[in-house]
Design a binder for this molecule. Sequence first.
Ligand code: MLZ
Length: 265
Amino acid sequence: DYGNFDWVTYLAETNSKAAPAKCFRQWPDPPSNDFKLGMKLEAKDPRNLDSTCIATVVGILGPRLRLRLDGSDNKNDFWRLVDSNEIFPGGHCKAHGGILQPPLGFRMNVSSWPTFQQKILANAYQAPKEVFKKHPQRPSTNHFQVGMKLEAVDKKNPLLICVATVGEVKVDMIYVTFDGWRGAFDYWCRYDSTDIFPVGWCQKSGHPLQPPGNKGLYQAISGSSRVKSKASNSSNISITEPVTPPAPVVNKQSSSMPLPTPPTV
Ligand code: MLZ
């Protein structure tokens, strides 16, 4: 049921506006993804941002990469955009005076890291420099307004980019709420987070978009913006009580926080 969700109809049905492009730290045109499965690169360890590790592309979805740190397990994969400032071509770390580190949770004894690393890099399929795209500039200020629609990464299921609404705005922070889902997935992030995208980004970039869930207010919407509209019952309209979001946690690294909860998809 991906792919057929129609924003134009949905915005009309919900009588809402899309957050304009100037709100986002994203290129006006989503970058092309020229990475290939199996390519190796260097990436900040999302669970230990001080260290740079060797990563392998294990999945590709639109302009996003599913990455796995070499020497780590397959339970801690993470997603990065091809224009992320947390991924680099091979040699970047060394060229900047750093040393590649074993990932947090390295499967072997640390003493075996140097040999392990050598072996991996010996016949590595290195991602060429050109496939890394320039990181976009942040907007000068927070232009978001409550009620604006957007597309946002579900941090609990980071594979998913979903239909969302700005629930609250506080200085440099916005509260991202997911349409048709109970509050469990909602979160605060900085306005210049790269986990949020303008309406239409998924379609433009070839990334799947998760349509709204069917909880609360959105039960009422059975119109043509929904593909798989189950037999809808207009007497079923239930307006959920407004939920006050928790206060924002100011965290300089909020855009790249480790993912605390295992995926629940
Ligand atoms: N498997 C999960 C997906 C939830 C996705 C919510 N996105 C806002 C569930 O059904 O709970």
